[in-house]
Design a protein around this ligand. Structure first.
Ligand SMILES: [Mn+2]
Length: 357
């Protein structure tokens, strides 16, 4: 496979001194606003409430979590409900009330993240690989970006642990669910810190709530979307491509990608779908295949942004025109790029479900 090698970032230190730097910064401020993905996933929610708890326990400062989109997936909505996670829409928040701004599970300049104009970010805690990380992080007082860690929630839990702080049951459960989803139950992208954080949280979380979050009831529309998605799968040798066309949410694209990676023989999944005028892409790979390089190769030449870590990557492409012809052409370009990156030709795709035809 011809994938470009990953640009290495300077490794971040994981030691009590780092944690003390975070404490010192927070103690010099009065009120913290935590921002994350537009439509937050469990790891970003876990990391966000974990940082809020850290700020409260270590520095006694108040904080708020604000988002610009929606909590979409049934599991994520259950997480918010079960754990009483409070958040506001960013446009309802008075930025002047805050003197400290944090980005969690994302970085300045990422496509799925909105940073209000004129706002300087003080804290970045993330585990995504980003080409221009250094550029975006130069003005950030506390930047803790560690692509080798499976979940941002682990990094935040690590700071709680190093500072000797006791998170509430709800916060511990949120952090644990963040780690669980980003590492597929500690089976992918797992580092020593992820294991250490899980052990720390597992003694403090609410197991019943975690179970309720993991298996929520799903709306009928979910099964309809899934049925449509499965009819569009294209299978190559070890590679599964799926274009959902117009779909309900970026989360649905990610969910189908997760599901397809479980298919026997599949080593990499490239899945996309149009929501509004954004075309979302999710890439999943088996261990040993770098998802970020694959998504980068797939999106080559498109006007969009992408990020990833280990075997998981996501991105979005902004479209000026969203008619079906433009969409078809985009999907064909992406498929061609991905096949080229995987060193395959595009002539032998199989589809699902024609056994009885
Ligand atoms: Mn994450």
């Amino acid at each position: 496979m011809n994938l470009p090698s990953l640009a290495k970032l300077a490794p971040m230190r994981d030691d009590p001194a780092r944690t003390r730097e975070l404490v010192a910064l927070l103690r010099s401020r009065r009120r913290l606003l935590v921002l994350t993905h537009n439509n937050p996933d469990p790891d970003s929610l876990g990391g966000a409430v974990g940082l809020q708890e850290f700020a409260h326990l270590a520095a006694g400062i108040d904080s708020k979590l604000a988002i610009t989109g929606k909590v979409l997936r049934a599991e994520n909505q259950a997480m918010v409900r079960e754990l009483g996670i409070e958040m506001e829409l960013l446009h309802n928040v008075r930025l002047a009330d805050f003197d400290c701004f944090a980005l969690v599970d994302t970085q300045p300049g990422f496509g799925h993240t909105f940073v209000p104009a004129g706002t300087d970010i003080d804290i970045v805690i993330d585990h995504h690989v980003c080409n221009d990380s250094k550029l975006h992080l130069t003005k950030v007082a506390f930047a803790d970006v560690r692509p080798e860690i499976g979940a941002t929630s682990s990094i935040v839990a690590g700071h709680l642990l190093r500072a000797g702080l006791e998170p509430s049951k709800e916060v511990a459960t949120a952090l644990m669910y963040g780690i669980k989803t980003d590492t597929a139950d500690l089976s992918r992208n797992v580092s020593k810190l992820d294991l250490e954080a899980s052990e720390f949280l597992s003694a403090r979380m609410d197991r019943q709530k975690l179970a309720a979050i993991t298996n929520p009831r799903l709306p009928v529309a979910y099964f309809q979307t899934l049925k449509d998605a499965l009819s569009k799968v294209r299978l190559y040798d070890g590679l599964s491509l799926c274009s959902l066309g117009r779909t309900t949410s970026a989360e649905m694209v990610a969910e189908v990608a997760d599901l397809l990676l479980r298919m026997e023989g599949v080593r990499a999944v490239f899945c996309g779908g149009l929501v509004g005028s954004s075309y979302y892409v999710s890439v999943r790979t088996e261990m040993g295949i770098d998802a970020w390089s694959l998504i980068k190769a797939g999106m080559e030449g498109e006007a969009g942004s992408c990020g990833g870590h280990g075997s998981v990557a996501g991105g979005s492409i902004q479209l000026d025109v969203v008619d079906s012809r433009t969409l078809r052409r985009l999907e064909r370009r992406l498929e061609r790029n991905v096949l080229r990156a995987m060193g395959m030709s595009g002539s032998n795709a199989a589809i699902l479900g024609d056994q009885d035809d």
